[in-house]
Design a protein around this ligand. Structure first.
Ligand code: NDP
Length: 315
């Protein structure tokens, strides 16, 4: 189906970046269309308490924060569709965004598709996905009541997920490939102080054991080469993320070597009229608040761009 109306701006993505962009664009009376994806809300939907988003003295649950943002965008007139952008054509104007349901057209675009969880890439890990292997403790932690689980990674996500999992699991082992941790001191200490959490460091994960459920984790010591099997029934990945920008790269949007969309001038990409905000551009800060800030900037840049276009047309 083709939607013939040409929107001022289509926001692709509905995490903090996309929804903040939608709030600003809607308040500027641009009537933005938000393609929120099939699972709206972005990565914060997979988190528990957000303690560092300013304005919430006692923290707020991630899904609640995202629902608030969505309601706020709707209140000012943003149209939010639960559709996934599957391809885009930025070669001519109006720009075209195809979803699995229909085709949308717009004068400008804000890309705010965020990033996705990374996997180790082991065949056994992929075979046992959803059968004890997960990249989302918040989504799946509940299923591991009284069980022993491993969390892979040494960053803040690993510490956060491990701490969260202790609500359900009997024991949580943080399995990390180095002795040093990328995690912030406060989050590392919180995990270290938790009696249910232990650490296995300087190891590589070789295999997730088990046919139809996780029965253990085979790891190899990176110094001695010694192999051992950790008796666990669940494995959670927390080894970083990859930007969700493939369909845009295919349409000529410039990215860096890791696939993060490059900005040329504030939030502008290399394609005039296409803007970017949030984790799909940001390998460094990756915070809800920095994504939201960039969403605001992108919407303001779009507003200016559309005004310039109109002035050009009139003269
Ligand atoms: P990070 O990139 O910070 O950490 C990824 C971890 O996974 C690193 O320890 C890395 O090891 C390890 N790793 C990566 N690839 C592999 C692999 N193939 N095999 C084994 N281990 C691997 O990602 P996070 O998701 O933890 O954090 C991303 C950002 O989000 C950070 O800026 C973080 O501060 C922030 N964040 C903040 C939170 C909060 O404040 N509440 C919560 C969660 C995240 P190595 O160290 O050797 O590179």
């Amino acid at each position: 189906m083709n939607n013939q109306e040409i929107k001022n701006v289509i926001v692709i993505g509905s995490g903090p970046a996309g929804l903040t962009a939608a709030i600003y664009a809607a308040r500027a009376e641009l009537k933005p269309l938000v393609l929120a994806g099939l699972k709206p809300g972005g990565q914060l939907m997979d988190t528990t308490e957000v303690e560092n988003f300013p304005g919430f003295i006692n923290g707020i649950m991630g899904p609640e924060l995202m629902d608030n943002m969505m309601q706020q965008a709707k209140r000012f007139g943003a149209e939010i569709l639960q559709e996934n952008a599957v391809s885009v054509d930025f070669s001519k104007k109006p720009f075209v965004v195809k979803t699995e349901k229909e085709e949308h057209k717009a004068k400008s675009i804000i890309i705010a598709t965020g990033a996705e969880a990374n996997w180790l890439g082991l065949p056994s890990e992929q075979r046992l996905r959803g059968k004890g292997v997960s990249a989302c403790a918040t989504c799946d932690g509940f299923f591991f009541k009284g069980k022993d689980v491993a969390v892979i990674g040494g960053g803040d996500s690993a510490m956060e997920e491990a701490t969260f999992l202790t609500k359900f699991a009997n024991k949580v082992i943080i399995v990390h490939r180095r002795e040093e941790f990328k995690a912030s001191k406060i989050m590392l200490k919180r995990a270290q102080d938790n009696p249910k959490i232990s650490f296995v460091t300087n190891v590589s994960v070789l295999e997730v054991m088990g046919e139809n459920s996780v029965e253990g984790l085979k790891v190899k010591d990176n110094s001695s080469g010694e192999e051992k099997t950790l008796p666990i029934q669940g494995m959670f990945l927390a080894i970083g993320h990859t930007p969700a920008g493939k369909i845009f790269t295919a349409a000529g949007v410039e990215t860096d070597a890791k696939g993060y969309i490059k900005v040329h001038n504030n939030t502008r990409t290399n394609i005039e009229g296409v803007f970017v905000a949030g984790d799909v551009n940001d390998p460094r800060y990756r915070q809800a608040i920095s994504a939201a800030g960039m969403g605001c900037m992108a919407a303001l840049d779009v507003e200016k761009f559309l005004a310039e276009q109109e002035t050009e047309l009139r003269s």
